[in-house]
Design a protein around this ligand. Structure first.
Ligand code: CMP
Length: 160
């Protein structure tokens, strides 16, 4: 069991669709802890960094201009296995094939307009969080619900 942090972006289409509250609600209800939150328009340098793995793809330019065209909402969520937990809640990339019950499965039809981004793994999460958040914008606090969300044994692993 490992605690981890994961980066989430609600993309321009998610913001326009009015899904910010719905998305936060799902993560909160699941038992994840919100430790960072910011609304911003990502600049070109941030987007080139964020999507570096797609730099040779045909859709790279289009993806960056879409993502930089409007504000997005960036979040950092924490919990045991937060990275895979959040990816499961988000669903697979293509909205129309994503599992019903997931965010993309319930609200999306598109591949590019897939509403939300979630870090692929722990290393990517660390890298992505640094692109948007400074350490003093991330909050370390005790969640009062934690003792009913996790057992003592699990909570001890959170402290490690
Ligand atoms: P995400 O997985 O968050 O990060 C990469 C993004 O690229 C992906 O979401 C989609 O929004 C976008 N993307 C993936 N495939 C395509 C495609 N074929 N055309 C346009 N955008 C895409």
């Amino acid at each position: 069991m490992k605690t981890s942090r994961t980066a989430v972006l609600v993309k321009p289409d998610g913001l326009q669709r009015g899904l910010i509250g719905e998305i936060i609600n799902r993560f909160e209800k699941k038992g994840l802890k919100l430790i960072g939150l910011k609304m911003l328009i990502m600049i070109d340098e941030q987007l080139s960094d964020w999507y570096v793995e797609h730099k040779d793809k045909s859709f790279f330019g289009e993806l960056k201009s879409f993502m930089g065209s409007m504000p997005i909402v960036a979040m950092v969520w924490e919990g045991i296995d937060a990275v895979p937990v959040v990816r499961k809640l988000v669903g697979t990339t293509l909205g129309r094939e994503a599992e019903a019950g997931s965010i993309r499965g319930d609200f999306g039809m598109s591949q590019q307009f897939n509403l939300i981004h979630a870090s692929v793994n722990g290393e990517e999460a660390v890298r992505e969080i640094k692109i948007i958040f400074s350490e003093d914008e991330l909050f370390n606090y005790a969640g009062v619900m934690e003792t009913v969300i996790y057992t003592d044994f699990e909570l001890n692993s959170l402290k490690k």
